[in-house]
Design a protein. Sequence first.
Length: 172
Amino acid sequence: MSKTASPVPSEPRRRSRWLAEMALVLMLVAGFSLWLSRHMLNSGEPAPAETLPAVPAGTGTLQWPAAHNKTLVYFFAPWCAVCKVSMPSLNLLSGDDLRVVVIALDWQNQAEVEDFVRSSGFQGEVLLGTAGTMQRWQIDAFPSYYVVGRDGKVLHRDRGFTTPPGLLLRTR
């Protein structure tokens, strides 16, 4: 009985297989993302306008049309571990064309929100949302975020952990 080695696939064949596997993974990730965001406001829908208390004091508004080309509205809860890990990357995004606003939901008191924001390292605008905010924006999990155009229409929506490059691509 002779032992024969299995043939080694050619380089083009390996490359084709790798591309097919990557395409499958990307389709699965995209499908999962669509499934997660299925209950959120749809792209093209108008985003709600809000006037909410700001942290540490004052008020903040989300009004349309906006001064910036795009607004990233990021919803978090102070008990959310994924939010704490992903919020520092939001510091990299704010600029002339993009306003970044984070809205706390499902919080007990303002001190809890302030402690969370301080420990997360986020340095931008923080608003205190309400149960009504949660309902108007159709938030049912954390973190959730929307990218809203100057005209107030939702451009992109998603929830769950997102990498800095992923957020950058969605906001450009």
